[in-house]
Design a protein around this ligand. Structure first.
Ligand code: HSE
Length: 448
């Protein structure tokens, strides 16, 4: 049978990796897919550079629409990124009856509903394994491997840049800004690292995982997003002393209604720095590596670990999608795996809960005047808000501020409570004259 023909839009780091791995492993890939898979056309603005990557045998054009218009092309790989021209081209490729493979998490997290609806109407597949956690086959695991389960929660380190920065901060005791500069110098962080360090990239990815875990529409606009820019070396050190590590987690959880506690049913969808017990495997994921824990009611916890970015790791995911499409493209669209794991007519309307309704536990650090009664006032406010304390750590003033210091740090770990309740208690504590600096609040996840 003649090989399936693929057109590649954008040949940067991942595109080049895809081309090279496909070529290198073509014999084995063909044995798996049942027929050959060939990139026969590439579109890139830098035609000369693209041609030097793919060689003379592949047609390189500077107009992506030449690929979309070519009736011989069965699958279009979109590796342009962003929501601009990438969105237009993906929709045009779908309208032309092409299957689409994309690594574009931003596009799908924001415009996924429109794109998947267009693909379903046209009977084509849009595959996006490479969009979440690079080479880790987490989409496949959620959509197929765990399909028997009622998924309860997912927590993932799904941004390598921030995990690298946090690992360095912990190892070397340095503050965020210093490590970021070093990460940029070494090429671990982009010149404009905003999407990574502000948590936006992780939020795109957890939005996609949430949709396929719970069968809800992609709703990036409802995600709570907080990055790592305000984290200080002191909190990483205190967390360590209490048996925790701080990681930027993408978290999505099913919350059941609980009338006694005033909880309503819905889905939590959030990205923020989190304390996690040092003894958890995921707490020990260091450097630029990614890892995702999924909790299903039948299977319990499962952990997926690997490279979340890079040329060939991401190519591994792109090619897995090419093979899936090659195997399934002649199947009746109704018999394919649904884009969002659940049949389009069986999606849930469970709402994404506002952050005030989220239930979690907390690390609080208060810089206080080192005088009698301060701790009693603080714990009194927590008690009157019905927030239960799990642990308290108070440093000696000398240790915090040097010889003769009159201020110290009080660190409090709480049990679970609703975020709105914690916000109220924090406002009361902050108003105490003996609380001398803005209170540091970091959420805590036991991941048990
Ligand atoms: N910038 C991302 C990261 C990789 O640092 O993990 C692409 O999503």
């Amino acid at each position: 049978m003649k090989p399936i023909q693929v057109g590649l839009l954008g040949i940067g780091v991942v595109g080049a990796g895809t081309f090279n791995v496909l070529k290198r492993n073509q014999e084995e890939i063909q044995r798996r897919a049942g027929r050959g898979i060939e990139i026969t056309m590439v579109a890139d603005l830098d035609v000369a550079r693209a041609q030097s990557i793919v060689g003379a045998g592949v047609q390189v054009v500077n107009d992506a629409r030449a690929i979309i218009a070519n009736p011989d092309i069965d699958i279009v790989i979109e590796l342009i990124g962003g929501y601009g021209i990438a969105k237009t081209l993906v929709l045009e490729a779908i309208a032309a009856g092409k299957h689409v493979v994309t690594a574009n998490k931003a596009l799908l997290a924001v415009h996924g509903t429109e794109i998947f609806a267009a693909a379903s109407a046209k009977g084509v597949m849009v595959a996006f394994e490479a969009a979440v956690a690079g080479g880790i086959p987490i989409i496949k695991a959620l959509r197929e491997g765990l399909t028997a389960n009622r998924i309860q929660w997912i927590a993932g380190i799904i941004n390598g840049t921030t995990n690298f920065i946090l690992s360095e901060m912990r190892d070397k005791g340095l503050d965020f800004a210093v490590v970021l500069k070093e990460a940029q110098r070494l090429g671990y962080a982009e010149a404009d690292p905003t999407f990574d360090i502000e948590g936006v990239d992780a939020a795109h990815k957890v939005t996609l995982m949430s949709a396929i875990a719970f069968g809800i529409p992609v709703q990036f606009d409802k995600a709570y997003v907080e990055g790592i820019t305000k984290l200080g070396a002191a909190d990483i050190k205190y967390a360590e002393q209490l048996g925790y590590r701080i990681k930027l987690l993408g978290i999505t959880k099913r919350r059941e209604a609980n009338a006694a506690k005033g909880y309503s049913a819905g889905i939590e969808l959030r990205v923020h720095p989190s304390l996690i017990p040092s003894k958890r495997l995921i707490a020990n994921v260091e450097g630029a590596m990614n890892a995702v824990v999924v909790n299903g009611d039948a299977v319990g916890n499962t952990l997926y670990y690997g490279k979340g970015a890079g040329s060939e790791p991401t190519a591994s995911a792109v090619i897995a999608d090419l093979v899936d499409i090659t195997r399934l493209h002649t199947a009746d669209p109704l018999n394919r795996v649904p884009h969002l794991a659940f049949q389009p007519g069986s999606m849930s309307d469970l709402p994404i809960l506002p952050m005030g309704d989220v239930v979690t536990s907390y690390y609080l650090r208060l810089r206080v005047a080192d005088e009698a009664g301060v701790l009693a006032k603080v714990t009194g406010i927590l008690a009157s808000a019905d927030i239960s304390i799990d642990a308290v750590l108070q440093r000696e003033a000398d240790e915090v501020g040097g010889e003769g210091a009159t201020q110290t740090d009080v660190i409090i770990l709480t049990h679970d409570c609703q975020e709105a309740r914690m916000n109220h208690a924090m406002a009361l504590m902050q108003a105490l004259p003996t609380v001398l600096q803005p209170i540091v609040r970091i959420r805590k996840e036991e991941l048990a």
